[in-house]
Design a binder for this molecule. Structure first.
Ligand code: PBG
Length: 325
């Protein structure tokens, strides 16, 4: 059937008709708000380029988590900024570390929120790399995954529902799953940053966390943005190792890979709309080049259309409020 019998515009004629045939929906309860919890801040510290987002003292992090809950946001993902960093990143698994304390405080104030933690060493190491270094200065994969498992167990112990390894070491999902099983945390889920690229869009985050590598870059562990078939390979390995949710990061230029994972696995797919992507929208809106609200809702909807269920985004609080107006 072709024109003039076929006229797609018939179904676009009114808001009611458009709603009847809409394929993807954005809902607050599938949004996750990242929170930067700082051990040393005494007041919120704004992050350059990320208007509306700050490094928060514990008390303020609990309050912002409460605002997120109020707006219907489904969960928060916690990033810790320790007062002191060292060569091994030992603050990451300290029982009284900043993320561990934040988990307990947010859990008791807002028990309905899903609590996710980023599992990585880069915010805790003085060199800014995501793992232990060997003598040549390269990240030692197998020594690092033991530490990551220890970090994940400490987060589970402190009440995380979901641990999310973002380091890109080989075998870390399996190592974390076995450590969680051995310590009785059989219900703690793993959201694997399965497909994480060595991207130009993490800049504001690294400023916020003071986690830019002191030398070199992350291309020996994060993926080459040119590779899509490798993305599927990474995802399938994580499925085998025991991941519960697969993530694609960044999000906006990677809709093809969200779709690929959605089609080739039966696990839920999450998308991480990262700091540089947020900064880009904020800068364009501030310059009057686009309308922030419409642009944000369009971008987030595109991730749902691509096949993501969970959307991790710094826009979560704003978007949740806009959606419930
Ligand atoms: C830690 C981590 C990073 C991000 C999430 N977890 C930084 C990096 O890999 O350099 C980036 C998040 C963002 O840019 O919003 N490894």
């Amino acid at each position: 059937m072709a024109f003039p019998k076929a006229r797609p515009r018939r179904l676009r004629a009114s808001a009611a008709l458009r709603a009847l045939v809409r394929e993807s929906h954005l809902v607050p309860e599938q949004l996750v708000l990242p929170l930067f919890v700082s051990e040393s801040a005494s007041a919120p510290e704004p992050i350059a380029g990320m208007d509306g987002i700050a490094r928060l003292p514990l008390r303020d992090a609990v309050a912002v988590a409460g605002q997120a809950r109020e707006a219907g946001v489904g969960g928060v993902i916690l990033f810790g900024i320790p007062a002191r960093k060292d060569v091994r990143g030992s603050g990451a698994w300290a029982a009284d570390g900043i993320v561990q304390r934040a988990l307990e405080a947010i859990r008791s104030a807002h028990p309905e929120l899903a609590l996710i933690t980023d599992v990585c060493l880069c915010e805790y190491t003085d060199h800014g790399h995501c793992g232990l270094l060997d003598r040549s200065g390269a990240v030692d994969n197998d020594a690092t995954i033991e530490l990551l498992a220890q970090v994940a167990v400490s987060h589970a112990q402190a009440g995380a529902d979901i641990v999310a390894p973002s380091d890109m070491m080989d075998g870390r999902v399996g190592a974390i799953r076995s450590a969680l099983e051995q310590t009785g945390h059989t219900q703690t889920a793993i959201l694997a940053y399965s497909v994480k690229f060595a991207s130009a869009f993490y800049g504001p985050f690294r400023d916020a966390a003071g986690s830019a590598p002191a030398f070199g870059d992350r291309r020996a562990y994060q993926m080459d943005p040119a590779n899509g078939r490798e993305a599927l390979r990474e995802a399938l390995l994580d499925v085998e190792e025991g991941a519960d949710i697969l993530m694609v990061k960044p999000a906006l230029a990677y809709g093809d890979l969200i779709r690929l994972l959605h089609e080739h696995t039966s696990l839920p797919v999450a998308a991480y709309n990262v700091s540089g992507e947020y900064a880009m929208v904020k800068a364009a809106a501030a310059a009057g080049a686009l309308q922030e609200r419409a642009a944000v809702l369009e971008l987030l909807t595109s991730l749902r259309r691509a096949g993501a269920s969970t959307l991790i985004t710094y826009h979560a609080l704003d978007a949740a409020r806009w959606l419930s107006e």
